[in-house]
Design a protein. Sequence first.
Length: 385
Amino acid sequence: MDRSLGIGIIGCGNIATTYLRLSPLFRGIEVRACADIDAAVANARAEEFSVRAESVAALLAADDIDIVVNLTIPAAHFEVSRAILEAGKHVYSEKPYVLSVEEGMELEALARKKGLRIGSAPDTFLGGAGQLARHIVDAGMIGRITSGTAHVLSHGMEHWHPNPDFFYQPGGGPILDLGPYYLASLVQLAGPVLRVAALTSIPAPQRTITSEPRRGQTIDVATPTTVHALLEFANGAVVTVNASWDVWSHGHSPLEIYGEEGSLFLPDPNFFGGEVRLTRKAEPAPLPEAWEHAFAVPNQDHGGRQLANYRTVGLADMAMSIMADRPHRCSAELALHVVDIMTGMLRSGESGRFEAMRTTCERPAALSPKEALDLTVPVADSKVA
């Protein structure tokens, strides 16, 4: 029988259901307990997914918990992750990992002192689409990356989320909330960033909630909701990033990568699959043959669209890496570099200057189709709720 590390979850809101539902797909992890500041919420999640509910203190003290997943709100990520490390547990955080470079450096120092690992979402770049793009780049099919664009544009969160307030406070906004998906994808393809510049704005200082149960209530906006940024990469590439919650419609692709020999068009990096398109020079080109990646297969219905969702693969890769004593892909170094990029954008919006990065990282190892299969539980054995 495969060995598994015990997983505990702190924070039992919406995203917890995703981790609890999808974790049985993967080897190396077993969710055993959950906790929340609201005991009733923890009890409900525990009953729904047949795990035990604990207080936060009891979960941190539990002998059968090896990794604690931090699913609290972004403003609490640092304090909760520090408490997890102090308790002698590895930590895997939802994005954004922390809200400042200083917080991330403090956590990394504590983890080194205690011999513990830190991992962080997003793990969507490990999906079939992102890894096909990585294979194309690494195979030299578009030549050296010279530039690119990233667009994450919509009209916000208040039309669907029951309590959207935190999206519009410091720690929220389209860059810190959705930027990690796009920036982690860019870094895994092109490598680390040297400096950034940005223009930022708050076009609507108040937003009106149109979702239930708080329809008609207003939210004060305290963080930029439109960010137009330029990124200079260490490899010489320059990329434009546009992120906004003030756009009703647009015609931009989510991610486009331009190389000396061709171009690469990627789907929404918030998901794991989707269509990847390639050109050589100006002509459409065929994709590599026999590329069948487990994390490209649609497995969930989203309003009539069949999408691939394999969240928790980053957690499983971290657990398997701990047991094999090798680096994990959704590392603290990658997550902190993404935070550095995002907070640099916001600082540049205030200062009007280019902001140099204080961190760097290696590109995470690619995840081949075989390695993806090695992380999964055979379908007949999985117990996905």
